[in-house]
Design a binder for this molecule. Structure first.
Ligand SMILES: [Ca+2]
Length: 207
């Protein structure tokens, strides 16, 4: 990528083993893989120098399946399988949760509160204003954890590289005006109201 090599494999590999399966470049300093590196069909390499055998991509690149996916090696290729309820994205390597479920803006010790109106994808909820998601009240992953990075790879406030327009979510900046920003949003409260502790809606100052 951009003239640099990334995602080093777990162990030293043959040029063909790398280039003819999951690799884009090989060696140190690395060189771009070329078609002539492969003397077997794609997914196969002469590991013993003589016969073309299947390369186990799952063993070659641990973590090739993202988002909780399990790698399954096959003859000549591999595929990712997702846990129940999750679906493979267009890259076929990343399991994502496309289910739409309730989203909660409060979560304390396993109890969910302040449910947003409507149903949302897990990432739309947890990468924006949600603290918990799903009819089973599952806490959103904490910012900075690997689970949060997997769910929100572009960081908080973004879903699939796109900024989330939190102002379009119901109940946001109630009793105030919502301003969407790239990666976040802010509320300007109406007179007599101030922002609540979650920064989500404006509440009356004299209650
Ligand atoms: Ca294989």
């Amino acid at each position: 990528m951009h003239g640099q090599c990334e995602n080093n494999l777990q162990r030293a590999t043959l040029r063909s083993e790398c280039c003819c399966t999951v690799g884009l470049a090989w060696g140190s300093p690395c060189e771009t893989c070329k078609a002539e590196d492969c003397d077997c069909q794609r997914g196969f390499a002469k590991l013993d120098g003589k016969t073309c055998v299947d390369v186990n991509e799952c063993e070659l690149e641990a973590g090739i399946c993202k988002g909780g996916g399990t790698c399954v090696n096959t003859e000549g290729s591999f595929h990712c399988e997702c846990p129940a309820g999750l679906t493979l994205d267009s890259s076929k390597r990343h399991c994502i949760d496309r289910r739409t479920e309730p989203c909660f803006m409060e979560y304390h010790q396993g109890t969910c509160g302040s449910q947003l109106e409507g149903l949302f994808n897990k990432n739309t909820c947890c990468c924006s204003v949600g603290k918990a998601w799903g009819s089973t009240c599952e806490g959103c992953p904490r910012q900075g954890t690997q689970a949060h990075i997997d769910l929100c790879p572009k960081g908080p406030g973004f879903v699939d590289r796109r900024d989330v327009n939190e102002c379009g979510l119901p109940g946001i900046c109630e009793n105030g005006r919502c301003r969407n920003t790239i990666g976040s949003y802010s509320c300007r409260c109406n007179q007599g109201f101030s922002i609540d502790e979650n920064g989500v809606k404006c509440i009356g100052m004299y209650r």
